[in-house]
Write a protein that binds this ligand. Structure first.
Ligand code: OSB
Ligand code: MG
Length: 371
């Protein structure tokens, strides 16, 4: 089956988070993304490019992603016949880097192809679960006391796994306080690249907190120093920012730089590469889990489908829709089941319905490209 890509529409969307989200690289109150609408064969597929307003998590921003999409990716695929995902990717293979921009476009194509074949994204990817285990990622709070209270409220809502963000000056004390208040909760920390190898003694002090993992302690481009840090710790290191491809994952595993990998389709240029990383890790017995980028329900549907693959054995950073936004641009909302899971969509493609009124309301810029 071949489908001609007739139109691609880009929308710069801004949505207010229910609460500000603070990490070691900054605070976000209004979250930006680019919604990609692809029209082909009478169908519309949606993708979410997760580039943020500022280059804190990675070098891409909403503005660079818009440039790469408008000037390079869209021209490479518009008017072209699409048979499958590899044939789509081949058309823009000469564009180096910019994984978040590529992943937004690729997601829309997965949605179209799934709809055309009458298969859910989870089915297409090879998912084996109808519900996925989830947790919540808790930003840095004004005080340690406020953090403990915030975590307590998420646990009361039913989240069975908590991740707290750390930064220099708000690390050991915060982690110890949360562990002391909740001795049995599954707990992990995320440093978002804020430390150096010389901080190894700090992370050694976390070894008796029974953490599931320590996420991305060192620089985003430094797999090597993580391989120097991991042997000094009992707690597994999990890489996020450092892993941009299956080749990076293989290098990190073979170097002993981590024992767990966080997979985000955006960071690795799309779901096809995300599945490759999953397959490699699954073969080698390395646990993976699905990371999040504060997605709308479009990106969340994609994350949940990905997390239904068999190697995703740790809870994902995939929370209920209400944890992020008061109102979303796609329905139905994702809700937390009593067993700290979220159900996998079963409708064809992403399995969510975009709400045109809300999408229009949150759009700050848009541009359409026709074949
Ligand atoms: O490092 O995992 C991260 C959000 C934005 C950028 C980076 C990260 C995060 C999160 C949020 O931790 C996870 C979520 O979407 O709930
Ligand atoms: Mg992370």
């Amino acid at each position: 089956m071949k489908i001609k890509i007739e139109q691609i529409e880009l929308r710069h969307v801004m949505m207010r988070l229910v609460a500000p989200f603070e990490t070691s690289f900054g605070v976000e109150q209004d979250r930006a993304c680019i919604v990609v609408a692809m029209r082909a064969g009478g169908l519309t597929g949606y993708g979410e490019c997760v580039a943020a307003s500022e280059p804190g998590y990675c070098y891409e921003t909403t503005t660079t992603a818009w440039h790469i999409l408008r000037d390079f990716l869209v021209p490479a695929v518009i008017g072209q016949e699409m048979a499958d995902i590899p044939s789509l990717i081949a058309r823009y293979a000469r564009v180096r880097g910019h994984p978040l921009a590529k992943a937004g476009l690729e997601m829309a194509a997965w949605d179209i192809l799934g709809q055309a074949q009458g298969r859910s994204l989870a089915q297409t990817l090879g998912g084996v679960r109808d519900r996925v285990e989830v947790g919540v990622s808790v930003g840095i709070q004004p005080t340690t006391e406020a953090l403990v209270e915030r975590v307590g409220r998420y646990i009361a809502e039913g989240y069975a796994r908590i991740k707290i963000k750390i930064k220099p000056g708000r690390d050991l004390t915060d982690a110890r306080a949360v562990r002391a208040a909740f001795p049995n909760i599954r707990l992990q920390v995320d440093a978002n690249s804020a430390y150096q190898l010389a901080d190894a003694p700090l992370f050694q002090q976390m070894d008796d907190l029974n953490l599931l993992l320590i996420e991305q302690p060192l620089a985003e481009d430094d797999i090597y120093d993580h391989s120097k840090l991991q042997p000094q710790l009992k707690t597994p290191i999990c890489l996020d920012e450092s892993i941009l491809s299956a080749d990076h994952a293989r290098a990190a595993i073979e170097l002993g730089a981590c024992r767990i990998i966080n997979i985000k389709a955006g960071r690795v240029s799309g779901l096809l590469e995300a599945k490759k990383i999953h397959d490699l890790c699954h073969e080698r017995g390395v646990p993976v889990w699905c990371g999040g980028m504060l997605e709308t329900n479009i990106g969340r549907a994609s994350n949940i489908a990905l997390a239904s693959l068999p190697g995703f054995t740790l809870p994902g950073d995939i929370s209920a829709s209400s944890r992020y936004y008061f109102e979303d641009i796609a329905d139905p909302p994702f809700v937390l089941n009593p067993d700290s899971t979220i159900s996998v969509p079963t409708a064809p493609g992403l399995g969510v319905k975009v709400n045109p009124k809300n999408l229009e309301r949150f759009t700050v810029a848009h541009e359409a490209f026709n074949a």
